[in-house]
Design a protein around this ligand. Structure first.
Ligand SMILES: [Fe+2]
Ligand SMILES: [Fe+2]
Length: 170
């Protein structure tokens, strides 16, 4: 690959890494708030265990920064900000109920899909840059993201079904 193309890829990789590093920290905080806001024990069980995973993911991302010889520094991008704001609006705008749980799960899944997309971009970029160690760390994060996504999809059915008996449901 030509040097200028490598530089562009290098810059894109670092920008995306800063994006997801910042996003993970926000997600950690948001997920804790979402877990507190859920109505059902199943909802809490869906959110809470991922917090420790995120802490581990942040450590892996720090290691990736280290492999690049760069300081671990995040940068806020508007896309994740908007997705996280949506979660905040749900917590403020609806009473604690199965209906709110369904919305929170859906919002958490939007966050996860962002997380998955960004990790996918980084893994794709790591290989041509010869960052095999980084790719391995990012794969470990992605595996956890994918597993949570599957879990949230299963969880989405439970509160949605409970809406049948929920007077606050639309
Ligand atoms: Fe993550
Ligand atoms: Fe995640």
């Amino acid at each position: 690959m030509a040097t200028s193309s490598m530089t562009i890829l290098d810059d894109l990789f670092l920008d995306t890494l800063k994006d997801i590093y910042c996003a993970e920290k926000w997600i950690l905080k948001t997920l804790s708030n979402m877990a507190r806001a859920t109505y059902s024990d199943e909802g809490k069980a869906g959110f809470l265990p991922h917090r420790n995973e995120i802490r581990g993911q942040i450590q892996r991302l720090k290691q990736v920064f280290g492999l690049l010889g760069k300081p671990a520094r995040g940068r806020t991008f508007v896309a994740i900000q908007a997705i996280i704001c949506e979660g905040g609006e749900i917590m403020e705008g609806f009473n604690r109920s199965p209906a709110r749980d369904a919305r929170l799960i859906s919002s958490a899944q939007s966050v996860e899909h962002y997380d998955i997309a960004r990790h996918g971009m980084l893994i794709t970029g790591a290989n041509p840059l010869g960052l095999t160690g980084a790719a391995r760390l990012l794969h470990a994060n992605l595996k956890e993201e994918d597993a949570l996504d599957v879990k949230l999809t299963k969880l989405a059915d439970a509160p949605a079904n409970a809406n049948d008996n929920d007077p606050t449901a639309a």
